[in-house]
Design a protein around this ligand. Structure first.
Ligand SMILES: Cc1cc2nc3c(=O)[nH]c(=O)nc-3n(C[C@H](O)[C@H](O)[C@H](O)COP(=O)(O)OP(=O)(O)OC[C@H]3O[C@@H](n4cnc5c(N)ncnc54)[C@H](O)[C@@H]3O)c2cc1C
Length: 502
């Protein structure tokens, strides 16, 4: 079946779901829900999957974009979580999304804040992480091992580091997705290719074991979707639909620096957070030239916003941490944008008190919970482990279904890339890049860049095939132009033109 999502398909499938009974209704189209829709549809089940807003509207688009092997969890003794991460990273790198996920180098500068004993134990940790890589069968050419660098080489990779007192650096490698929202769109489209009905702007108002009351947010019309099984994959909002699920959200903020703000940065950075054990700030150069730096971990009390705000206090904190390692301290004016996401951490009774109430220390493992009305909620976990979460949720919701097939199921775009395809397009579209180029050939005006090298053709492609329904979908999720407010304002007319063109 066709993987293209667009307004016409949405209209048609909305009509269909009103009269059908589906095997599985998935609520929420983040990585977990889109993954569950794919997992169920590829087992041959009929699926409807709804989101109140858009694909990747929630936490999934605010991540650090690391597809990580779980090193942090090893350090805190959560070996099972680390192993699961390493296995899922392997699946993404080798089989399911090799066009979107690749290895990136990270440098831990050996500054005076990193004593020799700490450097030795960090290196031992990296080696353990490399052993997990080998056990998960990820070849070394896809994910190189760690090494120690001299100070000169360290400064070549990160020229803005403070040279004074620098003893060198520890270089390690981990997976990263080019854009978290693109991974979720690829999941949703692959689910659609297996027959799932993927319906954005459809808010679940109430759930039961046999379906949901849903409101079409474009028309305000309410209707029922009847289902044999219901999966609540609404992340940090899960408790609003299933009150027995208690969450303890924590806010993570990243700042966005303009291309070049940290010089010619050739590796990500791990910078120790002063006064903390085993917590590091991350500096993450992106394929589009911007640099993200994060991240905070602050418990959130009160109502859960649709789009969390990054407070000035978080931005100041991150600038301070970067200032501990840089030769040219950054100023507030260097911050072009900021974003925050809410971690859907489970409030496991007893753990918060015993850990002093720190969300940074709560387990990052996922949970699959069945409530008395029969709804299965899947929550917690990570972007990296979305596939395993999805498999566990479908196993729980549909115990008689055939086994999951997703561990080796390539996502849309995972096929061979035609020779001569520009690298930027190949990294975002994989085997579909030629079709995006074809649009530019048919109408050369579509080759015009909008921002960050993104062309008008890509916006038109997103409307025709990636389910973008309005300018917000285009600027904030199908592309990430919107992370910098001035870039967003400049690109808005192009987004509106793409909607009219399509
Ligand atoms: C700052 C930060 C950094 C992170 N970095 C990483 C990282 O680098 N690597 C990693 O592996 N993990 C990372 N994580 C964790 C990871 O991002 C999350 O665990 C994961 O994205 C959660 O996905 P989800 O699909 O469960 O939830 P979400 O992505 O939040 O999806 C839930 C969806 O449900 C929808 N929804 C809500 N209510 C309703 C309703 N009533 N009806 C219909 N739809 C509804 C929302 O619109 C949303 O789209 C990070 C998390 C944070 C906060």
């Amino acid at each position: 079946m066709n993987s293209s999502l667009n307004a016409a398909r949405r209209r048609r499938e909305l009509d269909e779901v009103r009269s059908d009974v589906v095997d599985v209704l998935v609520v929420g189209l983040g990585a977990t829900g889109a993954g569950a829709a794919l997992d169920a549809a590829s087992r041959g089940l009929s699926v409807a999957a709804v989101d109140a807003h858009d694909i990747a509207f929630g936490t999934s688009r605010w991540s650090s974009k690391l597809i990580h092997g779980g090193l942090r969890y090893l350090a805190s003794g959560q070996v099972g979580v680390a192993w699961e991460s390493a296995v899922e990273r392997d699946a993404l790198l080798r089989f399911t999304a090799p066009h979107l996920v690749s290895a990136h180098p990270y440098l831990l500068p050996l500054t005076p804040a990193v004593p020799r004993s700490m450097a030795a134990s960090l290196m031992a940790g990296y080696r353990l992480g490399d052993a997990l890589r080998a056990a998960a069968r990820t070849p070394r050419h896809l994910l190189p091992g760690p090494s120690r660098l001299a100070a000169r080489r360290t400064l070549t990779l990160a020229p803005y580091l403070r040279a004074e007192g620098l003893r060198g650096g520890l270089l390690s490698w981990d997976g990263r997705v080019v854009d978290d929202a693109r991974l979720v769109v690829a999941l949703a489209r692959t689910a659609a290719a297996h027959g799932a009905r993927v319906l954005t702007r459809c808010r679940a108002l109430a759930l039961a074991g046999d379906g949901a009351r849903v409101r079409d947010e474009l028309t305000a019309e309410e209707f029922d979707i009847r289902a044999r099984a219901v999966i609540n994959a609404t992340g940090v909002w899960a408790g609003e639909l299933t009150p027995s699920v208690a969450l303890r959200p924590s806010r993570g903020t990243h700042i966005v620096l303009r291309p070049g703000a940290l010089g010619a940065l050739h590796a990500g950075l791990h910078l120790p957070i002063p006064g903390e054990r085993n917590r590091f700030a991350l500096v993450l150069p992106q394929a589009d030239g911007r640099v993200y730096a994060g991240l905070t971990d602050e418990p959130l009390d009160g109502p859960i916003p649709d789009v969390p705000e990054a407070p000035e206090s978080d931005i100041a904190f991150l600038l301070d941490v970067l200032g501990t390692a840089l030769d040219h301290p950054l100023r507030r004016a260097d911050v072009a944008g900021a974003f925050a996401g809410l971690r859907p951490l489970l409030d496991t009774a007893g753990a918060p008190a015993s850990l002093g109430g720190r969300t940074a220390d709560l387990s990052r493992r996922h949970a699959v919970l069945r409530s008395p009305d029969g709804v299965v909620t899947v929550v917690g976990g990570k972007l990296t482990t979305y596939r395993r979460m999805a498999e566990d949720a479908v196993d729980a919701a549909c115990p008689h279904a055939r086994p999951s097939r997703t561990a080796r199921l390539p996502l849309v775009g995972a096929g061979p890339v035609r020779p001569g395809t520009p690298g930027r397009l190949a990294r975002r579209y994989g085997s579909e890049a030629w079709a995006v180029r074809e649009l530019m050939r048919e109408d050369p005006a579509l080759a015009e860049p909008v921002a960050l090298g993104i062309t008008r053709a890509e916006l038109v492609w997103a409307v025709r095939h990636e389910g973008a329904l309005d300018a917000d979908d285009l600027l904030d999720r199908r592309t990430r132009i919107g992370l910098v407010p001035e870039d967003r304002a400049a690109a808005l007319p192009a987004a509106e033109a793409a909607l009219a063109y399509s």
